[in-house]
Design a protein around this ligand. Structure first.
Ligand code: ADP
Length: 316
């Protein structure tokens, strides 16, 4: 594939004989934003450190735009911008001073540094903070500086580890918008343990649990898993459950919080029949809508481990 930017091939990392990451394989293309999702301790940071050449894999390999990280680390790393979980900020510097240092470290040619700093500031909404000391900036603005240093050399791949942790809701909204914007020109990998965040900013998602990928696919595939085969029905004068269960296609009925959750067989479309029965028998229908499985539920389904076998209950 011509515009393949990241290839992780059977990545494994052992710590004291225990696998923190096990046999992780995936690819990313230019213009894609990949959400790397998993509970704390799942192996996200360890994977990101291997992708960025900051940690050697125990087995497997990483290629950035076709360049092998182990064989040509300097060339491969030059194509990556990385914001680790612990922001690499020198807080006693101003934004301008720090980004100038970051540009030098990323080997931006000296004649282009000023322009690169100005461009990164503009993209991250930092221009008006140029002369401020980083230590005096809010958490959200410090995070923007962290992202600015990651994109200062206009890398093909931007890797952000938990970029919204510790931010307030407005800062989170701004950083998510920025990630989306960056994703248009670069490939972006964002790690998070927040499901809605993935839905908002990513087009691809990978779920890692206990070091293993349990889901790898388009965000639409994940959303599809939520739609399911349940309806929520609100009735002001509800009948006995048996009357609902008797409607063709309905397989189960359950009362929850004043509504009825009606499960139906795959392929069945009992909506119309429910509405007709409700009108005919004066059940006082006031609500009829799909009952979406929450993303959190999908996540639990995908990462739930059977204690006896320690195998994922349901792998993608
Ligand atoms: P996440 O980023 O998803 O929270 P990590 O990649 O930080 O997860 O950690 C994955 C697993 O590896 C955890 O069980 C963690 O305790 C372990 N781990 C991470 N770094 C080290 C280390 N330097 N030494 C030993 N174990 C580690």
């Amino acid at each position: 594939m011509a515009n393949l930017t990241v290839e992780a091939i059977e990545l494994t990392r052992l710590y004291g004989g225990r696998a923190a990451v096990s046999d992780v394989t995936f690819q990313l293309q230019q213009g894609q934003v990949l959400g790397f999702l998993g509970p704390n301790g799942a192996g996200k940071s360890t994977t990101m450190k291997m992708l960025t050449g900051n940690l050697a894999p125990s087995a497997g390999s990483v290629k950035i735009c076709g360049i092998d990280m182990m064989e040509h680390p300097k060339q491969a790393k030059a194509l990556i911008g990385y914001l680790p979980e612990m922001r690499p900020l020198y807080k006693e510097f101003t934004v301008d001073e720090y980004l100038t240092i970051a540009a030098r470290l990323h080997q931006v040619p000296s004649g282009q540094i000023k322009k690169a700093v100005a461009h990164a500031k503009e993209r991250c909404g930092l221009t008006h903070m140029s002369k401020r000391l980083i230590e005096n900036l809010s958490n959200g603005y410090q995070q923007r500086v962290g992202i600015a240093q990651a994109i200062i050399h206009n890398p093909m791949v931007v890797i952000l580890d938990e970029p919204t942790v510790g931010l307030d809701p407005i800062q989170i909204r701004d950083i998510r918008a920025l990630i989306k914007e960056i994703g248009q020109a670069h490939s972006v990998i964002v790690s998070t343990h927040i499901l809605p965040e993935v839905e908002m900013v990513c087009d691809h998602v990978q779920i890692i649990d206990k070091g293993q990928l349990v889901f790898n696919g388009g965000i639409d595939v994940l959303k599809q898993q939520r739609i399911g085969n349940k309806l929520l029905v609100g009735l002001r004068h509800p009948p006995e459950a048996a009357a609902l269960r008797a409607i063709p296609g309905v397989t189960a009925v359950e009362a929850i919080d004043g509504l009825w959750r009606v499960q139906f067989a795959e392929g069945a479309q009992p909506h119309e029949a429910i509405a007709q029965a409700a009108v005919a028998q004066q059940w006082g229908l006031y609500h009829l809508a799909p009952d979406q499985t929450s993303l959190e539920d999908v996540f639990v389904q995908l990462t739930y481990h059977d204690a006896a076998t320690d195998a994922p209950a349901k792998a993608a």
